[in-house]
Design a protein. Structure first.
Length: 398
């Protein structure tokens, strides 16, 4: 397939995925907020568990929630489902275009695990499907009746998946797969549980039967799970731009911290929406900040350890590293890349001349030495001794 055509397909899919994700996350956040903001009204119609008044765009809105369902089905009923479906479809297609089509470049890292493209793609698809099946089984098991133990078990499952992904795929692919793993669970919750349960309620109403309250409770549980998973999913999806997350080692522990940080922020927002206040709730933000600080300090410490190894040795001149950079890096970073995956240098960065190399000393130190994120999958076979030599030059040149 022509590289230009692949770029256009990737661009349109990424655009669609982002816009659909915004729509889905927006409705998810709104309805969880609405659910939390409901207040009892003794004058409300029978079956109404709470109501909420809102103002937006110059108008007032009055929403009421029925504990099970209204006595009669309204003439017009709005469903919120396609945002979730198309977010997942566009995301999976984007995963296929970027990571499956160029599996050798982006999905596989031989230094992590030497897989064939077929093995890597099958592992990817199987892990997404397997993650949903395991999660769904946990929710339907007796454990599903206990919020705390269920949350801890799903958390442990996610960290186990993160550990496996970081020991199977390239660093950036591993983090994207953690996001896809959780995103698949979220979309499947809508497709297999939330919407079918709502359809059963509607069918009961049309048939004149009393709907089963358990259907609404199950849907609410899955919706709340989606709400807490949203923040880590979004971060994982943009993580490929930040090798500090996945190329310093211990990437799965960074995932653990990110999820805990996200849960603190989301839980704080949900409690506030429910009208709760107090020091115990405010401390959730303190915990979130503390976790963020730990993540930053850990990454700095790991980076400094790498840099300490790098600078151990005599100073290096630019002339000594130019042949290394041009041998290992210009397959991609050249005005005329020889790597078939690129028709122009990534980010417009070329290393065709010593002056161009000198201008990027800080970036070279970060991505080629400290995090070893480049070359992609180390396809050009850059040696550790070469990285150390480049690092000793870059430390003094940046």
């Amino acid at each position: 397939m022509a590289p230009v055509l692949v770029d256009w397909i990737s661009l349109f899919l990424r655009w669609a995925h982002v816009m659909l994700g915004i729509a889905w996350i927006g409705t998810s956040f709104f309805f969880v907020w609405l659910d939390m903001s409901l207040r009892a009204n003794p004058k409300a119609p029978p079956g109404v568990g709470g109501e909420s008044w809102m103002v937006h765009g110059g108008g007032f809105y009055h929403a009421q929630k029925y504990l099970v369902a209204p006595e009669a089905l309204p003439r017009e009923l709005h469903w919120f489902k396609y945002e979730a479906y198309f977010t997942w479809v566009s995301g999976f297609l984007l995963l296929a275009v970027v990571y499956y089509l160029d599996a050798d470049a982006f999905l596989i890292d031989p230094q992590v695990l030497p897989l064939t493209p077929f093995q890597a793609i099958v592992t990817s698809v199987g892990s997404l499907a397997g993650g949903w099946l395991l999660y769904d089984a946990l929710c339907k098991s007796p454990l599903g009746r206990y919020t705390g133990p269920l949350a801890l078990t799903v958390f442990a499952m996610t960290i186990a998946a993160a550990y496996l992904f970081t020991h199977v795929f390239s660093g950036r692919a591993a983090f994207v797969h953690i996001g896809a793993f959780l995103g698949t669970i979220m979309s499947a919750n809508v497709f297999f549980v939330i919407i079918p349960n709502q359809k059963k309620v509607v069918a009961d109403l049309l048939a004149g039967r009393q709907p089963d309250p358990a259907l609404g409770q199950q849907a609410r549980q899955r919706s709340l799970h989606n709400n807490y998973l949203t923040l880590p999913v979004v971060l994982m999806m943009i993580s490929n731009h930040y090798p500090v997350l996945f190329n310093l080692g211990y990437g799965w522990l960074f995932v653990l911290g990110i999820i805990l940080l996200s849960v603190c922020i989301r839980h704080y927002a949900n409690l506030k929406d429910a009208g709760r206040s107090g020091n115990r709730i405010d401390w959730l933000l303190v915990y979130a900040v503390g976790i963020a600080v730990v993540l930053v300090i850990a990454s700095i410490d790991l980076s400094n350890q790498n840099q300490g190894v790098v600078v151990a040795g005599p100073p290096v001149e630019l002339a000594q590293v130019v042949p290394i950079i041009q041998t290992r890096c210009t397959a991609c970073h050249s005005s005329t890349p020889s790597d078939a995956h690129f028709k122009a240098p990534p980010k417009g960065i070329a290393f065709d001349t010593p002056e161009q190399i000198a201008q990027q000393a800080a970036q070279i130190l970060r991505v080629a030495v400290l995090t070893k994120a480049m070359p992609l999958g180390n396809r050009t076979g850059m040696l550790d001794d070469e990285r150390a030599l480049v690092g000793r030059w870059a430390v003094n040149a940046k």
